[in-house]
Design a protein around this ligand. Structure first.
Ligand SMILES: Cc1ncc(COP(=O)(O)O)c(C=O)c1O
Length: 428
């Protein structure tokens, strides 16, 4: 696989022959000297989203006013969910857009525990994103006080060993709740195998796809996945705080009840009945009035993902990360960096973490250079020492990686990071 060389001309060649290179023009890139490697936190703005939002405000909100609800707003959650289902390998009616990932996790975790009575164990892992663990802790503390959360350990802080799950799973397990691609290391589970293992003991599997959707191939139906949630502001380019998604396998939908009984989840919200009656299918997992403007902004990003096709996106993402890891070995490893992601491609999502004891100050030097250079690079930092480099295959190019890594090399070999304060900003 690896026929790379460190010359800049190779990066240019790779960009020239990249079959997805035209998609970059679909995004607003105002400053060509700003290298954006944080699409795994907040995706770039698709150009059509800006005009669409403008129109939604002035035409939709401004002119159609309340009539908008009967002109597409009311069904937006399910219509966009239906588009997204194609990118995650789900059937029609199995995905809706609503609320945040945290709230969706709460709804699905609580609903799942209710249909596994007598089972008192939830399994997750120490690599999981904190909100996922807090939500489960909260569900247990507030609603299922006899239950417990057991976490699989990660001896290398990067991966979860293959046999960790079978060591914890048993007759008591109600739910296995995991993030498919870990936020720090990008470690990726074999979702089909883990789901199958959970099912064999009678447990349900709930996946957080925040770092997967739009970047890695997902076959939720084929893999027998029961429940899933995920955000849309990363690789799906939905915008800051864009509404999240929720997936429930069709066969489970009538059995599951949301713990949040809001009027948008009832069968007929505009009958204004006094008694709650859960709506059909996934409608019952909606709660209150959805944020229409934010939801409208999601569609252009989804369309781009579907147009490119997830297999092609994954192929490019893998090639980008192999190239990045090659340059890391060439330039950065000798300077004291360590690879903070699994080296095996099939165990890795679409970002690569590089670890360095001065990681935070190095990030600041990348973002805000104090010396004469036009190049600014935006990665992000995750404690204690991870510099995360997100590879969003719709718009990240090989030259971006080449420039970013040579800048990293200069910052560390010249100790340029010493000019920066180690005090961390609120958002890192
Ligand atoms: C795996 C994962 N889950 C959840 C979240 C955040 O959830 P929310 O959108 O509810 O803030 C993140 C944020 O980066 C994440 O990485």
């Amino acid at each position: 696989m690896n026929q790379f060389s460190p010359e800049r001309s190779l990066a240019l060649d790779l960009d020239r022959t990249d079959p997805l290179s035209d998609f970059r023009d679909q995004f607003l890139i105002e400053d060509p000297d700003l290298i954006y490697l944080d699409g795994n936190s907040l995706g770039r703005l698709p150009k059509p989203a800006a005009s669409l939002l403008q129109e939604a405000v002035t035409e939709g909100w401004g002119k159609r006013l309340i009539r908008g609800w009967n002109e597409g707003w009311f069904d937006l959650s399910s219509r966009l969910g239906s588009k997204l289902s194609k990118a995650v390998g789900a059937r029609e009616g199995e995905v809706i857009i609503c609320d945040s990932t945290s709230v969706n996790l709460f709804k699905l975790a609580a609903a799942a525990l209710q249909i596994r009575p007598g089972r008192t164990q939830v399994i997750s892992d120490v690599l999981n994103f904190p909100t996922d663990l807090y939500i489960i802790q909260g569900v247990i503390d507030r609603m299922y006080s006899g239950h417990r959360l057991d976490l699989m350990d990660s001896p290398d802080s990067l991966t979860i060993p293959e046999d960790a799950l079978s060591e914890l799973l048993g007759e008591e397990t109600a739910l296995v709740a995991l993030t498919h691609v870990a936020y720090k290391s990008a470690f990726m589970y074999d979702m089909a195998a883990v789901t199958d293992l959970a099912h064999r003991t009678g447990a349900l599997a709930l996946w957080d796809l925040s770092h997967s959707a739009g970047a890695v191939e997902l076959h939720l139906n084929e893999w027998g996945v029961d429940l899933a949630v995920g955000c849309t502001y990363k690789y799906l380019n939905g915008g800051p705080g864009s509404p999240a998604f929720l997936y429930v396998r069709k066969e489970l939908q009538e059995e599951l009840l949301s713990p949040l009984w809001g009027w948008f989840g009832t069968r007929e919200p505009f009958q204004f009945n006094l008694e709650y009656e859960p709506g059909p299918g996934l409608q019952r997992f909606q709660v209150g009035t959805p944020p229409i403007l934010s939801m409208l902004a999601l569609e252009p990003g989804l369309d781009l993902i579907l147009e490119a096709g997830v297999p092609a996106l994954r192929e490019k993402s893998l090639r980008l990360s192999e190239y990045l890891i090659y340059l890391f070995h060439e330039w950065l490893e000798p300077l004291g960096f360590q690879l903070g992601s699994p080296p095996q491609a099939d165990q890795r999502g679409s970002h690569v973490s590089l670890r360095h004891p001065e990681g935070y100050r190095i990030c600041r030097a990348l973002i805000e250079p104090k010396e004469e250079t036009r190049v600014r690079v935006i990665p992000d930092f995750r404690p204690p020492d991870n510099i995360r480099l997100g590879l969003a295959p719709l718009y990240t190019g090989y030259l971006d990686i080449h420039t970013a890594l040579s800048r990293l090399r200069d910052i560390v070999s010249g100790e340029l990071y010493r000019k920066y304060s180690p005090d961390r900003k609120t958002v890192t």
